[in-house]
Design a protein around this ligand. Structure first.
Ligand code: M6R
Length: 365
């Protein structure tokens, strides 16, 4: 039931504060992540020396964000690969490697095939972060962390993605702590930030009307370029996927530092460039990338906290996102990109919940 909402996708975007809270529920105390959320025996956490993440589509993008968290917080090498590549190659598995799959449905054929292959290899254990408790992926994995997002009907993944990110941050903190890489004070700080997450996401959703206005600019666009740096690069990829999936506008995402290595040639006054600005030491670098784009006439659509210092100007559309702790930026800054693609699709009159050629769950290769 869509209730007061015109589409399931919008309903699911608005559900995010609630389902993120459900994903956190019972998994954190005031000061720590409760390792019991990985099952009765969480001893494997301290044995992990390597992580292989395998997933498809939006779930793959969640994995890409997790790589930044895992390497930063736990100091453990982490690789991320799409399941349809992983399953058809010879994979070298270092000692004590965790095999981690991400899937909303738990029925994606390539992800399941990758898990079955991994079970024949020398992994420490297999963990699935999944939304459907009764799924094949959950049944066949050694360990599971459910995302608790509730049924997701819209083909475009929204709340499944942000709850995957939440579960991945919980996992990264748990591993970091068990590996002795995170002191109590730092862990308490991260957990306090996590507690604020539902409220931050709620504040980001409040920009809905402003984003709806901006979306009208995209009605006649044929292309769009998303730029990001650091963990905001996978968020740019996810923004581009969402836009192409439901509005059929060709969209690409690049790490902003790659602009000069090719995509800058595409930029002219017909090319909108969308970016989510982080509030960290990469901000100045991003700003200079954006100047390069502006100098070629590209129109900029910037989402960032007030603290980033962006303002509306000729050729620059600025939309505010709430200030959040840096570690949470990839989660909270996803919201404006979801809303943008949603409203662009509505403006273009496409079938938002059931885009052409796509199925909710890809159970064939
Ligand atoms: O159920 P899964 O998370 O395994 O699905 C993976 C992809 O098919 C899925 O994320 C797809 O990319 C979404 N429709 C994107 O919105």
């Amino acid at each position: 039931d869509k209730g007061e909402f015109r589409h399931y996708m919008l309903k699911e975007i608005y559900e995010q504060p609630k389902v993120i809270a459900a994903c956190l529920e019972g998994r954190i105390s005031e000061t720590k992540v409760l390792t019991s959320c990985f099952g009765a025996d969480s001893a494997f956490l301290k044995d992990i020396d390597n992580i292989h993440i395998v997933a498809c589509g939006t779930s793959y993008h969640a994995g890409m964000v997790a790589k930044y968290w895992i390497e930063e917080l736990a100091n453990i090498p982490c690789t991320v690969e799409v399941a349809s590549e992983y399953r058809y190659r010879k994979v070298a598995v270092p000692k004590n490697t965790l095999f981690l799959t991400l899937s909303q449905s738990g029925e994606t054929a390539d992800t399941l095939a990758a898990l079955r292959m991994a079970k024949e290899l020398n992994y420490l254990t297999t963990l699935a972060i999944c939304n459907v408790p009764s799924s094949t992926l959950v049944r066949e994995s050694d360990l599971t962390l459910l995302t608790n997002a509730g049924a997701e009907i819209g083909v475009a993944s929204t709340k499944a993605f942000t709850t995957q990110l939440t579960a991945l941050l919980i996992t990264s903190i748990a591993i970091a702590s068990e590996k002795g890489e995170l002191n109590e004070k730092k862990q308490a700080g991260l957990v306090t930030a996590l507690r604020s997450l539902p409220a931050y996401v709620d504040a980001a959703i409040k920009q809905d009307e402003a984003i709806k206005l901006v979306s009208e600019q995209f009605a006649n666009k044929h292309n769009a370029l998303f730029l990001g740096r650091g963990p905001m690069f996978p968020i740019a990829l996810e923004g581009a996927l969402k836009l192409k999936e439901i509005s059929y506008i060709h969209a690409e995402a690049y790490p902003a530092g790659e602009l000069k290595h090719g995509p800058l040639a595409l930029v002219d006054e017909t090319m909108p460039i969308i970016t989510v600005a982080p509030n960290n030491q990469m901000l100045d670098k991003l700003k200079s990338n954006l100047q390069e784009v502006r100098a070629r006439g590209g129109e900029l659509y910037v989402f960032g906290a007030k603290e980033t210092g962006f303002e509306e100007a000729e050729g620059i559309y600025y939309n505010e996102v709430p200030w959040v702790e840096e570690v949470l930026e990839p989660i909270v800054h996803t919201i404006p990109l979801q809303l943008l693609s949603y409203h662009v699709a509505v403006v273009k009159g496409t079938d938002v919940d059931q885009p052409r050629n796509l199925a909710k769950s890809v159970t064939v290769e």
